[in-house]
Design a protein around this ligand. Structure first.
Ligand SMILES: *[C@@H]1O[C@H](CO)[C@@H](O)[C@H](O)[C@H]1NC(C)=O
Ligand SMILES: *[C@@H]1O[C@H](CO)[C@@H](O)[C@H](O)[C@H]1NC(C)=O
Ligand SMILES: *[C@@H]1O[C@H](CO)[C@@H](O)[C@H](O)[C@H]1NC(C)=O
Ligand SMILES: *[C@@H]1O[C@H](CO)[C@@H](O)[C@H](O)[C@H]1NC(C)=O
Ligand SMILES: *[C@@H]1O[C@H](CO)[C@@H](O)[C@H](O)[C@H]1NC(C)=O
Ligand SMILES: *[C@@H]1O[C@H](CO)[C@@H](O)[C@H](O)[C@H]1NC(C)=O
Ligand SMILES: *[C@@H]1O[C@H](CO)[C@@H](O)[C@H](O)[C@H]1NC(C)=O
Ligand SMILES: *[C@@H]1O[C@H](CO)[C@@H](O)[C@H](O)[C@H]1NC(C)=O
Ligand SMILES: *[C@@H]1O[C@H](CO)[C@@H](O)[C@H](O)[C@H]1NC(C)=O
Ligand SMILES: *[C@@H]1O[C@H](CO)[C@@H](O)[C@H](O)[C@H]1NC(C)=O
Ligand SMILES: *[C@@H]1O[C@H](CO)[C@@H](O)[C@H](O)[C@H]1NC(C)=O
Ligand SMILES: *[C@@H]1O[C@H](CO)[C@@H](O)[C@H](O)[C@H]1NC(C)=O
Length: 440
């Protein structure tokens, strides 16, 4: 509605309103002297106040934009001219965004998104990527054509959007519906998830495979012999004796035909070794190494029924697979166990019984006696005297027949007293045994 007010209290002798088009054509609207004459096209949408000379124009259209002039002639004095520039604004409506293509391949496709409006004048455009404004144009992202287009070169998977075009003018603002792009990429980041920790025969094994991909990847499952055993992201089967414990998930992007696979292997070939075979108490360090085949094994060390606690003398390293005991004592007999597990299997391997001695190793058994003068020390095995004398009995390359009762005989040649002590020594077959020197 337009209202021009020549705020004069005078009753004018005559008033004339005209509308001046840009091309110079002057359209008379109204003249008022003795009587008021309104041009027919304005009759139904003008109100004229003969006292103030003001004109009110309603039902405006875009065509009403332009310059309005008035000439008022008072009963006496000079004519009073006036003018008014009218800018008719139209509300923004029908904002839509359209991409020039929807087939986008990551790193190789470019897209141009255009913003259209059905109505609206003096428009300004704002592009949004999610909730953030796209402000500066970069090498890759350009806003052009007076703000009406957004060009993204070499789209990436992160350019999904959603994109909206926000169009506004002085009197209104409207936002388009969001546009989400789906650049084709992948599969990447494949992962197999397993529902249970340990699978027993007869139990149902639930495996799920996830991979990032657009369009979503097609999944195929294979066993250890590369035979297809299922399809779909989720796979389940009853565990049987014949299962090799190896499952492969193959993800394929149906458009790019790119493939990615993940293998889930049960733990196997578990071994527990030490770096040495014979340890002397309070002197030697031992490194226990637990190794296994299988997918992402994790290691847990147990000392008897409790978890090994790391401290000054006990360290766990190499991703949990090694246990170092810096100062072996007889109390470290544990028994130590290495618990290897992954999502499809779990193995517990006991360390060798470290109270036994290793087959084939050299063994030093020592003996001491409180005596003055020093006692003469002699040795016996299973009650039979040995030729060895002195505080140390050295056994070379021991075998199982060396297991038995060892006696140390102490003789004081002044008091003529005999003393003996007997110790059982067990030579075992274990792969890695610890020898802890005894004193008798
Ligand atoms: C000026 O424009 C009006 C409306 O667009 C048209 O009717 C008229 O003929 C034009 N006059 C001249 C002189 O071009
Ligand atoms: C003005 O309005 C009246 C009644 O609504 C109608 O009869 C007449 O035709 C209109 N005149 C013009 C010029 O539109
Ligand atoms: C879409 O626009 C981009 C950028 O202008 C251009 O590189 C691409 O070829 C266009 N795609 C199609 C299908 O027209
Ligand atoms: C788009 O990718 C092509 C080919 O990989 C490369 O030559 C070009 O420089 C890239 N453009 C931009 C803006 O990154
Ligand atoms: C859109 O925003 C995401 C982050 O939210 C960004 O990674 C991506 O590059 C942006 N794309 C454009 C075209 O602005
Ligand atoms: C659209 O832009 C206008 C003007 O910049 C702003 O006031 C309005 O909040 C914007 N709308 C949205 C939804 O961002
Ligand atoms: C075993 O490892 C410990 C600690 O690293 C080391 O002190 C010791 O000498 C090693 N034993 C052998 C036989 O290498
Ligand atoms: C080994 O530990 C014992 C007691 O735990 C301690 O008395 C001895 O000093 C330690 N030996 C070394 C070489 O640190
Ligand atoms: C194992 O436990 C015993 C006590 O039960 C403790 O004396 C010994 O130090 C522990 N050894 C290790 C390696 O944790
Ligand atoms: C071995 O480790 C797994 C996984 O941490 C655990 O579930 C299982 O109870 C452990 N077994 C023993 C005997 O500690
Ligand atoms: C050791 O002493 C016991 C008695 O204390 C005796 O019966 C045994 O024969 C002795 N052994 C040897 C080898 O002298
Ligand atoms: C007694 O033993 C000591 C040392 O073992 C030796 O020096 C000494 O000669 C011996 N005496 C006799 C009487 O055998």
């Amino acid at each position: 509605m337009l209202k021009v007010d020549q705020s004069s209290p005078l009753v004018m002798a005559s008033v004339a309103w005209t509308f001046n088009l840009a091309n110079g054509t002057v359209i008379p609207i109204l003249t008022s002297a003795v009587e008021t004459i309104t041009a027919p096209e304005y009759i139904n949408r003008t109100k004229f106040d003969s006292i103030t000379g003001s004109l009110e124009l309603s039902s405006l259209t875009l065509d009403d934009t332009g310059l309005y002039e008035v000439m008022m002639i008072p009963p006496w004095g000079h004519p009073l001219p006036g003018e008014c520039n009218l800018q008719v604004q139209v509300r923004v409506s029908g904002v839509t965004v359209t991409p020039n293509t929807t087939e986008l391949l990551e790193f190789s496709s470019s897209v141009r998104i255009s913003c259209h409006v059905s109505t609206g004048t003096s428009l300004s455009y704002l592009w949004m990527n999610g909730s953030s404004e796209i402000t500066v144009s970069s090498d890759r992202v350009q806003v052009g054509d007076g703000g009406t287009s957004l060009t993204i070169l070499n789209v990436t998977r992160y350019d999904r959007g959603p994109y909206t075009c926000n169009v506004s003018n002085l009197i209104s603002t409207q936002e388009s519906a969001p546009l989400t792009l789906h650049p084709i990429y992948g599969p990447v980041s494949i992962q197999i998830y397993v529902q249970v920790d340990q699978v027993q025969i007869g139990q149902v094994l639930h495996l799920s495979c996830r991979a990032e991909s657009t369009p979503p990847a097609d999944f195929t499952w294979m066993n250890g012999m590369n035979e297809e055993i299922g399809s779909g992201a989720d796979f389940q089967k009853t565990a049987t004796l014949l299962d090799s414990g190896e499952y492969t998930c193959l993800a394929v992007n149906s458009i790019t035909k790119l493939e990615l696979r993940a293998v889930q292997k049960a733990i196997s070939n578990v071994e527990l070794k030490t770096n040495d075979t014979v340890f002397v108490e309070f002197r030697d360090s031992a490194v226990f190494t637990c190794s296994a085949k299988g997918s992402s094994p994790s290691f847990l060390w147990m000392n008897g029924s409790s978890m090994v606690t790391v401290g000054n003398w006990v360290q766990i390293g190499a991703g949990g697979s090694t246990l170092t005991i810096l100062n072996m004592t007889r109390y470290d007999q544990g028994p130590l166990t290495c618990n290897v597990s992954n999502s499809v299997s779990n193995f517990i391997l006991p360390s060798p019984n470290i109270s036994d001695f290793l087959l084939g190793s050299d063994l030093n058994v020592s003996c001491s006696a409180q005596s003055n003068p020093h006692a003469q020390l002699k040795w016996a095995f299973q009650g039979d005297r040995l030729t060895t004398t002195g505080p140390e009995l050295k056994l070379h390359s021991v075998s199982e027949k060396d297991s038995g009762l060892y006696s140390c005989l102490a003789y004081n040649n002044v008091t003529q007293l005999y003393s003996n002590i007997t110790k059982s020594i067990n030579i075992g077959r274990n792969l890695c045994n610890l020898c802890i020197c005894i004193s008798i």
